[in-house]
Design a protein around this ligand. Structure first.
Ligand code: SDX
Length: 374
């Protein structure tokens, strides 16, 4: 008898982290010891980004410096802009983000320096430039001019501005900021573990984040927020929701935006995001998706005892904000770059090569015949 196989590493604790704590038993999530919902209530995203990267909340002087650095790095190189211009217009923006970060690695003068200080500087450059690259692609594929970043705008405001040419009202910006805070960090999820695995061979931060973006794209992970919107669009109107979800469950379909590997009685981020989804729906005077949301959620809980995860409310919220559906997971990226970077730095500081075992179940020993005999 070999060792027990833990498929999907389910329930396996593989390392320690001081970055965030997911507590399914009390439905709570903390970043560096602070409850995520308290951070949403009292902080802007930049403060939380600083906290995740540096370990403590900033005072106002530290925040100003951090914001100055983020704004200073917003410019893209001419060659990266040209590469984005040449990308096929129908590329998925997640692939654009993945390629853009990879190109940033080619251009960065500190690519091979894995010291903590260099990694923090590189993290800032990736954090600052990735939204600019994504917004450029957002405009280009619609045949529109790229909009240069504006220094006086916050991280969230600037993203709206670069995509749409204007900043929406402050309540919409706050809802977006809250979504960024809630998406910023979540312990050893698939993409973070991918980033840590890449880092464990002493590879660099650009490579690790490139891999993490590829991992986040999948519909079982970050890609779920886009799938939620496709589902809501298929349902079309609240009157169809009950039949649609019952039918999906009868056919044993996976319902996107529901379930979680760690949370079994609800994702701690959902109540906050649900509240802000409601606020955005009210501002936009469009309650259709909220109604569909509530009907599908009730059936999933009543019939399957499966609760929504954070991608369920973010999907329709981003839609109401005006983003194209395939930009939902890229928005997750621009936030999670903070969490990934903190984990990459932590992995470097306590590194042990990640190299598990596999139980072989292929053919037993075979004789090699010459090519003429095969
Ligand atoms: C994220 O881990 C993180 O931290 C990730 C994340 C982050 O912040 O980084 O929180 C972000 O990725 C959220 C998850 C987004 N994915 C989805 O919404 C996709 C839909 N969800 C599922 O496919 C599923 O729930 C997973 C992938 C999220 C979790 O998968 P597990 O832990 O491997 O569980 P499972 O798929 O084996 O499900 C267990 C049971 C199964 O039924 P049985 O075979 O035991 O009868 O629950 C059922 C599943 O069929 N089930 C669902 C379901 N989720 C679980 N049935 C229908 N619809 C679902 N969504």
């Amino acid at each position: 008898m070999g060792d027990e196989i833990k498929k999907g590493l389910m329930g396996v604790t593989v390392d320690e982290t001081s970055i965030s704590k997911v507590m399914p038993e009390i439905n709570s999530l903390t970043y560096r010891g602070y409850a995520a919902q308290d951070l949403c209530a009292k902080c802007k995203f930049e403060e939380v980004a600083y906290l995740i990267l540096n370990g403590d909340l900033p005072n106002s002087k530290e925040l100003k410096k951090f914001e100055r650095e983020e704004k200073k790095e917003r410019k893209l190189s001419k060659s990266l802009i040209n590469i984005i211009k040449q990308m096929p217009k129908k590329s998925h923006p997640m692939d654009v983000a993945r390629t853009a970060v990879s190109v940033m690695g080619l251009e960065d003068k500190e690519t091979t320096d894995n010291s903590q200080k260099a990694n923090l500087r590189k993290a800032m450059r990736i954090f600052s430039k990735t939204p600019v690259a994504l917004a450029a692609f957002y405009r280009l594929r619609k045949g529109k001019q790229i909009i240069s970043p504006k220094e006086k705008l916050s991280f969230a405001e600037n993203f709206f501005y670069m995509c749409f040419g204007r900043v929406p009202n402050k309540d919409i910006v706050k809802a977006f900021d809250v979504s960024l805070i809630l998406y910023a960090e979540h312990s050893f999820n698939v993409s973070t573990f991918t980033a840590r695995t890449i880092t464990s061979s002493l590879s660099d931060i650009h490579g690790a984040i490139t891999g993490a973006i590829a991992s986040l794209k999948g519909p079982l992970h970050g890609g779920a927020n886009e799938e939620v919107m496709h589902m809501m669009n298929k349902i079309k109107k609240p009157e169809n929701a009950l039949n649609w979800i019952n039918n999906a469950l009868d056919k044993k379909e996976v319902v996107m935006g529901f379930g979680h590997r760690v949370y079994k009685s609800g994702d701690s981020r959902v109540p906050t995001m649900r509240e802000y989804f409601g606020k955005v729906a009210k501002i936009k005077n469009d309650k259709k998706f909220e109604k569909i949301y509530d009907i599908v959620e009730k059936v999933m809980i009543d019939k399957k005892n499966i609760h929504p995860n954070v991608d369920y409310p973010t999907g329709p919220t981003y839609h109401l904000m005006g983003f194209d559906t395939d930009f939902f997971t890229p928005i997750f990226v621009i936030s999670r770059i903070t969490g990934w970077s903190a984990h990459i730095i932590e992995q470097h500081s306590t590194n042990k090569l990640i190299r598990p075992l596999a139980a072989y179940n292929g053919s037993q020993h075979r004789q090699v015949s010459s090519i003429e005999e095969r």
